[in-house]
Design a binder for this molecule. Structure first.
Ligand SMILES: [Cu+2]
Length: 122
């Protein structure tokens, strides 16, 4: 009975997850594949890669944005919608949902991609 209750709770929690969360989880799986491979092949990925996209939401407190970016050939990334953390150098007060932005990302030594520059095109 306890197990059943737990299962029900888990299912309820899953159902509460938004469709977007499911999409993100899926894309993250894909990203592990292409992101990891590219990083391995290049060794230290300290050089910034540039991309463009549209901001869907900004989490200034958490230091991340949800962005729908165009393909980034240098990383073998297809166009996708994803959450990307930003570094402390990025001022998120200047961007909001719906903004088209140019950005630079770097793969950290912890294997996490972070936006290091984010700006609206001039
Ligand atoms: Cu992506």
């Amino acid at each position: 009975m306890k197990k059943l209750t737990l299962l029900t709770a888990v299912l309820a929690a899953s159902a509460a997850c938004s469709f977007q969360t499911q999409v993100l989880a899926m894309e993250h799986d894909q990203m592990m594949g292409h992101g990891g491979k590219g990083a391995m092949a290049q060794g230290q990925a300290t050089e910034a890669t540039h991309g463009t996209g549209v901001i869907n939401s900004v989490d200034a407190e958490g230091g991340s944005v949800n962005i729908t970016h165009e393909p980034i050939p240098a990383l073998s990334w297809p166009a996708m919608t994803m959450d990307l953390p930003v570094t402390d150098a990025v001022d998120l007060s200047g961007v909001s949902a719906g903004d088209r932005v140019d950005f630079a990302i770097i793969l950290g030594s912890d294997n996490v991609y972070r936006i290091t520059e984010l700006k609206r095109p001039d």
